[in-house]
Write a protein that binds this ligand. Structure first.
Ligand code: IPE
Ligand code: IPE
Ligand code: MG
Length: 278
């Protein structure tokens, strides 16, 4: 958190916003559905791919801001299993941009101690993309700061299916299939995000009120933050505002707020009105 404040101009709105955050309640894991590139381009009468190009800038901002804030994991939705339905030229531009991003950002990721991971069915990506992705993942694997998960050819349902299949396969290999019981921990431990903190905050840009197959298991108790801002316009201030909003939420996880719990009625005062004892 201090690392971020040091980079901001004293007196600037971002500096004031960063100072207003509670360092003890920085979300451990943030997921972002980076949506609205096409609409951003449409509004400027540009081709959709111009929106995707413009969307690379806020990726760097979000990644470095999260790293400096002390966020442990950031998961960015870059390409869904459903995005193959788009025109081939658009999909190819997205792969080119991913390679451009990796080439341009690798040194900065290392300088910021960021560990890159890819989540999704990446085995079927074009070989050139996979090669660069694997190289970048390898080059950052010893970094100990922010874990940056790029969700590529990712689907929340496929992730759960893949988790269940790996549990089944391991049980089959060890001859324990007959006695296998799958519980929540087993699924969590076999997700692509295994070992990372629970998702605290899910941000979606461009105003759509849906999750579009993103982190379906992990969002169970995440706080949802949806902004009309289109992804290419999602700057550092927009991210700090999302985190400030997150810190104002009352997270109960199905329980009660500590104050309510203390003032809970005693069992004797809980008799229903009109019950024989009243
Ligand atoms: C998000 O922007 C980027 C990807 C899905 C790859 P969109 O391309 O979905 O932009 P809109 O939703 O059409 O505006
Ligand atoms: C979700 O956005 C996928 C990514 C941001 C990568 P979409 O634009 O594909 O989602 P829908 O089609 O609006 O649900
Ligand atoms: Mg979209």
């Amino acid at each position: 958190m201090q690392a971020l404040i040091e980079t901001l101009k004293p007196g600037s709105p971002d500096h004031a916003l960063a100072l207003s955050l509670d360092p003890a309640r920085i979300p451990a894991h943030i997921g972002i559905i980076m949506d609205g590139n096409g609409r951003w381009a449409n509004r400027r009468s540009l081709p959709r791919v111009a929106g995707h190009k413009a969307g690379v800038v806020p990726v760097r901002t979000a990644v470095e801001t999260c790293a400096r804030l002390g966020v442990q994991s950031l998961t960015l939705y870059a390409f869904s299993v459903e995005n193959w339905k788009r025109p081939r030229t658009e999909v190819e531009t997205l792969w080119q941009l991913l390679r451009f991003y990796l080439g341009r950002e690798l040194a900065r990721l290392c300088a910021n101690n960021i560990r890159l991971r890819a989540i999704g069915r990446i085995d079927i990506l074009p070989p050139s993309v996979r090669r660069e992705l694997d190289a970048a993942i390898g080059a950052t694997s010893a970094n100990s700061g922010l874990v940056l998960n790029l969700a590529i050819n990712y689907g929340g349902r496929s992730e759960i299916v893949d988790a269940v299949n790996s549990i089944l396969q391991r049980a089959s290999e060890s001859g324990s299939l007959d006695s296998l019981v799958i519980d929540e921990d087993a699924i969590s431990q076999n997700l692509y995000t295994s070992g990372q903190p629970e998702l605290d905050l899910l941000i979606r840009t461009s105003g759509e009120l849906r999750v579009s197959n993103f982190l379906l298991w992990q969002i169970a108790y995440a706080e949802l933050y949806i902004t009309d801002t289109l992804w290419p316009d999602f700057d550092r201030r927009a991210l700090l505002e999302a985190i400030a909003a997150f810190q104002k939420r009352d997270r109960r996880f199905g329980g009660l707020r500590p104050a309510s719990a203390h003032s809970a009625p005693s069992p004797s005062s809980m008799e229903p009105v009109g019950s024989p004892s009243s």
